[in-house]
Unconditional design. Structure first.
Length: 256
């Protein structure tokens, strides 16, 4: 696969929306709000066909209203988004080609449904890359490949530059995706702590445990999502302090 920087499209959704087209960052603020929301919603589930109702709810919310009127208002935004992501389609339009959007590589439609169908060979989405690195780290951890696991978990943590679409705090449809990503960040932090402990990096292991516990607290506070089995993290933290020769740290972890 080509380097990420060389791909035709890059979409970043952690913290806030950013888009690169053919290696150049493009200004998403030139898109109408509705088009930006469509991109966020579809990019989060690449390949999944989304119904009119799902797309309308994401853009306008689930409030009552004239469904057909809202859909008519939304349809032109798909054209706007296609032209934004694929400038070559605009050239086709200028040459008089009818419905150039049908030639889009990224946004497909059929019978009133839409999907973000960009292949991974030409498009990179940071949320997908993050989840893939967490899964890779977990697999390497299970295989007792500690150093490779630590590297995968570090890549995952580096990709998580902030909560998913943090700048859209009141978009109800984002909430379950945001919670899932925050939950997987905890998995990455705990996995990193485990890998560091097995590598003999005891102080860093304790620090990663502390980060995992902080993220668990943030999950409960910001996402109303409690994770069970805190004991495992505290045991890992106590082991790290013990091997580091820090009895005070062991006691603090035990008393927490």
């Amino acid at each position: 696969m080509a380097p990420v920087e060389d791909l035709a499209l890059r979409v970043c959704l952690f913290d806030h929306l950013e888009v690169w087209v053919d290696g150049q960052r493009v200004d998403v603020q030139t898109l109408r709000r509705e088009a930006r929301t469509l991109l966020k919603r579809m990019a989060l589930e690449r390949g999944r066909t989304l119904t009119k109702a799902e797309l309308i709810d994401a853009v306008y919310g689930p409030e009552d209203g004239d469904f057909d009127k809202r859909w008519r208002a939304l349809k032109p935004r798909f054209t706007e988004l296609r032209l934004f992501l694929e400038p070559g389609l605009a050239a086709l339009k200028r040459r008089g080609v009818k419905q150039p959007g049908r030639r889009s590589r990224f946004i497909k439609s059929a019978s009133g449904t839409y999907r973000f169908d960009a292949s991974k060979a030409v498009c990179w989405v940071d949320v997908e890359a993050f989840e893939e690195e967490v899964r890779r780290g977990e697999g390497l951890l299970a295989a007792r490949k500690w150093r490779q696991a630590a590297e995968a978990f570090q890549r995952a943590v580096d990709l998580y530059r902030g909560d998913l679409l943090r700048t859209d705090p009141y978009e109800a449809w984002v909430a379950p995706f945001r919670t899932r990503c925050a939950d997987r960040l905890v998995d990455a932090l705990e996995g990193m702590a485990h890998a560091q402990l097995e590598l003999g990096a005891f102080d860093p292991a304790a620090d990663w445990c502390a980060k995992a516990l902080d993220q668990r607290a943030a999950l409960a506070r910001d996402h109303q999502h409690e994770r069970p089995q805190l004991e495992g993290v505290y045991r890992l933290k106590m082991r790290a302090h013990h091997y580091a020769g820090d009895p005070q740290g062991v006691k603090q972890a035990f008393d927490a």
